[in-house]
Design a protein around this ligand. Structure first.
Ligand SMILES: N[C@@H](CCC(=O)N[C@@H](CS)C(=O)NCC(=O)O)C(=O)O
Length: 246
């Protein structure tokens, strides 16, 4: 598989942070964050296997789990998007607008860093698995039975839980009133939530009518200069941008 796409974004004296970016994945939010923080970085691109959707095994040479995102900073390898967001902002974002303005805000950002991967993403994954199972090849007479079982699985747990989570996030935006999840500027909370909320459109019924504040938030995030730059970067290297149609 080709993972030769690589580019140095900003000329600088310090060694650039290397982002290992997998196509159509949650790694894109790290590219967005690097652009927001205006940090020098190099990005290495990896493809998914067209059949299995699994990542290029070359990622396992960077980190044993072989999942993206991964960053390397001066020889240190860091995996897990929540940790990467926390690390980049703590280490390089102290003077930036992304840095939480109070210890209360810092705690809220940490909450979302854990919440996004620990609570929201697993439910979206369950919904994705049942959606994939519906499309799986099977004898025609099994399909209606399989569909019923999968529907009842969604109805029993993942569907209602996803809805509850979207209602929760909509109410968080309503409470905060700034158009961001924490404080009145972009923070790591917004960065981490972009991927699951983009996914929630196709997987969990996130629509403008049902969740107007989440919808507006998605439009605002995808309209930011740094978000455009992250998309331009991957397009320049021959990959698809990570914006959803709103
Ligand atoms: N909790 C991890 C999840 C990492 C993860 O599962 N990444 C996906 C991309 S969305 C991946 O690498 N998938 C390819 C594979 O599983 O082979 C994080 O937030 O970084």
């Amino acid at each position: 598989m080709d993972n030769s796409g690589e580019s140095l974004s900003v000329a600088s004296e310090r060694a650039p942070i290397v982002l290992h970016w997998l196509e159509q994945s949650r790694a894109h939010r790290i590219l967005w964050l690097l652009e927001e923080l205006q940090l020098p970085y190099a990005v290495k691109m990896y493809k998914r296997n067209r059949k299995t959707q699994l990542a290029d095994p070359a990622l396992k040479k960077v980190h044993a789990r072989g999942k993206s995102p991964i960053i390397e900073d001066n020889g240190v390898v860091i995996a897990e998007s929540g940790l990467i967001v926390e690390y980049l902002i703590d280490r390089y974002g102290k003077d930036s607008k992304l840095y939480p303005k109070s210890s209360d805000d810092a705690l809220k950002v940490k909450y979302y860093l854990h919440y996004a991967e620990g609570s929201l993403q697993p439910i979206l994954l369950l919904l994705y698995i049942t959606a994939m199972a519906r499309k799986a090849p099977m004898p025609f007479f099994i399909r209606p039975i399989a569909a019923k079982i999968l529907d009842s699985m969604d109805k029993a747990f993942a569907g209602p839980d996803a809805k509850e989570q979207l209602i929760f996030l909509e109410s968080e935006l309503a409470k905060n009133e700034s158009g961001f999840f924490v404080g009145n500027t972009l923070t790591g909370a917004d960065i981490i939530l972009i991927f699951p909320l983009q996914m929630a459109i196709s997987r969990a019924g996130l629509t403008e009518e049902a969740y107007p504040l989440l919808w507006k938030w998605l439009i605002d995030m995808q309209s930011r200069d740094a978000f455009h730059k992250a998309n331009a970067k991957v397009e320049e290297l021959g990959y698809n941008a990570m914006s959803v149609k709103l």
